[in-house]
Write a protein of this length. Structure first.
Length: 315
């Protein structure tokens, strides 16, 4: 008989998979695997190969979030419309069977965003709900949360329900410009990377956005090249400058539609969240950081058909 206290949690995005074997409130083991975009076998086969010996613990359920529920994943879990809370998502879990192991996939969210267009997310909804559990004060009133990443999400939560969000592909645009545009090729970059130069460039890029406003971002981006040619900007400082422009522009645009940045809860990797915190501070806002992995575990706990309170991660 399966042990109801033993479960498998998974955060399965495009670039990575993180699996956790849990018993009660504790994480007993953790494994990493390929993201949906890097599979050499089907999602079902990949999952079963990774959790093979975990089956000896007789888990009662595997609960997965992220791109595993996309049309390119294991099976498509239909988007839940906003506004939505934990109960709405829990009621829409997509249930599958994997060689006798029950699997549930968390649906993503859809909304009409602040610009009047359609918007979607997968995986971030779980982190958001986890952040609300980690800091229950976020369930009261109107709150702004941000999830920095390849596709940064700005999310409005009202009295514990996700009411709308806005996506900006900041990380993807930065990667494309750095790797495939002429912007990074005006100065030699064959030496070791200088974190100090990157940080100085980032601060300079954010300052230009504060000075000129986000509407001039397309024109400011070209300064990444012209400042290398005329001002002697190093490649590292230029790439920091480009990052500062993009993150600063994204943050300033959000301030214009949200009304007032106030205090933003930043959910994600510490290094990237710190860059957004710097941009928010430059625009007279404040922020608090929420660890992305902790938020995923707390969110999956909340969305589990038989949720337990609290998660203790085995170091």
């Amino acid at each position: 008989m399966n042990d109801p206290s033993v479960t498998i949690f998974g955060d399965w995005g495009t670039s990575r998979l993180r699996l956790y074997l849990r018993q009660g409130k504790s994480v007993l083991d953790r494994r990493d695997g390929p993201g949906i975009g890097a599979l050499t076998a089907s999602p079902r086969e990949t999952f079963l190969s990774l959790v093979g010996d975990w089956r000896e613990a007789k888990p009662s359920l595997a609960l997965l979030c992220g791109m595993v529920g996309s049309r390119n994943g294991w099976a498509e879990a239909a988007y839940a419309p906003c506004p939505a809370g934990a109960a709405d998502l829990r009621a829409r879990l997509l249930h599958l069977d994997a060689d006798g192991l029950p699997v549930a996939i968390v649906p993503g969210l859809s909304c009409v965003n602040a610009l009047g267009g359609p918007d979607v997310m997968r995986g971030e909804e779980t982190q958001i709900l986890g952040a609300l559990e980690l800091d229950p004060a976020l369930k009261r009133g109107r709150r702004l949360l941000a999830l920095p990443g390849t596709h940064t999400k700005w999310v409005v939560v009202e009295d514990g329900a996700i009411t709308s969000f806005l996506t900006a592909p900041v990380g993807e645009i930065f990667a494309l410009l750095r790797q495939h545009s002429i912007l990074a090729k005006a100065a030699p970059g064959d030496g070791p990377e200088s974190p100090e130069a990157v940080a100085a460039g980032f601060a300079r890029g954010v300052a230009r956005i504060v000075e000129q406003g986000p509407a001039r971002l397309p024109h400011l981006i070209f300064e990444t090249r012209s400042r290398q040619l005329l001002d002697g900007l190093s490649k590292d400082e230029a790439m920091g400058f480009l990052s500062g422009l993009l993150i600063g522009g994204d943050t300033a645009s959000t301030a214009s539609w949200f009304g007032d940045l106030g205090s933003v809860s930043l959910i994600g990797a510490p290094a990237l969240s710190a860059l957004y915190a710097q941009a928010i501070a430059a625009l007279d806002g404040s922020s608090t950081a929420v660890d992305g992995d902790a938020a995923v575990l707390a969110g999956l706990t909340t969305l589990s058909p038989s949720p337990t309170s609290g998660v203790h991660v085995l170091a």
